[in-house]
Design a protein around this ligand. Structure first.
Ligand SMILES: Cc1ncc(COP(=O)(O)O)c(C=O)c1O
Length: 408
């Protein structure tokens, strides 16, 4: 079926998702829509036919033919900001590790973060601190959904910031609770605090943005953060093993690259000339080499174009509508405790709940027996997690609720 971006059935028809299941774990790893699959197939075939020439022609021969530049341009059209401020990675995790390893703390400086971070974000910080020194302080931003408001969250962060706080590390949408943070207002707080600080002590605001990226209307460049890492293999629906880090203009200069890049001439020229690379670090030096699954990285172009065709507002509205319908239904069940705020302003495409007296894994198994694919979160406190995306229908939500009613 040809894509009609205005028709959700036609959107769904672009995916190969097996029709006998209700796929309601869409936050996890994307099923790729047809244009993305076709792009990957095209690149893969060309690599199989003539790997040397296809890579040389598209990666090294002439700067204007480098496909990764087109990837960055297409991505920048979505993030806002400049294409040259995007580094290409293979995942959210890799991007976060590049940032924390690249930003060195002084021993007296700290990262201020939360107890809501996903393991790989928290671990990326820990590993950098183990290597470079400094410390990490973790705070709670809320205990339950009733605590979630802009004033309350910004207030808790403001109260926790100390003169030693050099990095503020946040996540756009928490995958253990479904809470979406008011990133922009947190960015405003950081800007206010920074007005009183010298450049060397300025707070650097780092965001794990993966679960807002592709399902929220806000443009990354408008959120006030310094570094924003997100995989493009979740809500952007791109090829697996793809992602990016966007940084505010001027911020890449703070980073010392960790993995040698093959997306910039200067580091390799410097090596040939037996000298150090000259100039401030640009994003391209932080894009990890060596050779990659290029058929995947280059398929990011079609993923951003697919999303763009449907429209960021329509996608955000649909995700809010479907997950909102689910939350309203779950909230009526006496044995269900919703961790995710009902308000669409403080949630996105992830819905987490407890079912009284039941292990989340058993709930997920029961749903699976009814051909509904949900998940149990692998956090300290495990919850039952749902995630409706543009491939779902209101009927999928109602089927899910029908099974939950038998439990809750
Ligand atoms: C909040 C959050 N950050 C990061 C990740 C890891 O993403 P990636 O697989 O792109 O590294 C996840 C995984 O779902 C996550 O929930």
């Amino acid at each position: 079926m040809k894509l009609d971006p205005k028709d959700w059935a036609s959107v769904r028809a672009q995916f190969r998702l097996s029709p006998e299941y209700v796929h309601i774990s869409n936050f996890f790893l994307a099923s790729n829509p047809r244009p993305v699959r076709e792009a990957m197939d095209r690149h893969r075939q060309a690599f199989d036919e003539n790997p040397y020439t296809y890579l040389e022609d598209n990666m090294f021969a002439r700067p204007e033919d480098m496909v990764w530049r087109k990837v960055c341009e297409t991505a920048a059209d979505y993030t806002g900001g400049r294409a040259e401020d995007i580094a290409l990675t293979t995942s959210t995790t890799q991007g976060l590790a590049m940032v924390y390893n690249g930003l060195r703390l002084r021993p007296d400086q700290e990262i201020l973060t939360t107890r809501h971070e996903w393991y790989t974000h928290d671990e990326a910080m820990r590993l950098a601190v183990v290597k470079w020194g400094g410390s990490i302080r973790r705070i709670d931003l809320y205990e339950g959904p009733e605590d979630v408001s802009t004033d309350a969250i910004v207030g808790r962060i403001e109260a926790a910031i100390k003169p030693a706080t050099r990095i503020l590390a946040m996540t756009w949408v928490h995958s253990g609770t479904g809470v979406r943070l008011p990133l922009k207002e947190i960015g405003d707080l950081v800007a206010r605090v920074n007005r009183q600080r010298d450049e060397a002590d300025r707070i650097i605001y780092v965001v794990d943005g993966v679960h807002g990226f592709g399902c929220s209307e806000a443009q990354v460049a408008s959120l006030g953060c310094d570094f924003f890492s997100a995989g493009t293999h979740k809500w952007i629906l791109g090829p697996h093993g793809t992602g990016l880090v966007w940084a505010r203009e001027g911020q890449w200069a703070h980073i010392t690259p960790t993995i040698p890049t093959i997306m910039a001439a200067e580091p390799a020229n410097a090596w040939r000339q037996e000298r150090d690379p000259q100039g401030a670090t640009p994003a391209a030096w932080v894009s990890p080499g060596g050779f990659l699954a290029f058929e995947n990285q280059w398929g990011m172009i079609e993923a951003f174009e697919f999303i763009k065709q449907i429209g960021r507002k329509r996608i955000a509205d649909r995700v809010a509508e479907l997950n909102g319908r689910l939350k309203e239904g779950l909230a009526k069940l006496p044995n269900v405790y919703l961790h995710t705020p009902r308000s669409a302003a403080f949630s996105a495409g992830i819905v987490c709940c407890d079912v009284k007296g039941r292990d989340p894994k058993d709930v997920v198994a029961r749903l699976k027996a009814h051909k509904i694919i949900a998940s149990a979160t692998p956090y300290r406190h495990s919850t039952v997690r749902f995630s409706a995306g543009i491939v779902n229908t209101p009927e999928d939500i109602d089927k899910t609720l029908d099974v939950m009613r038998t439990l809750g």
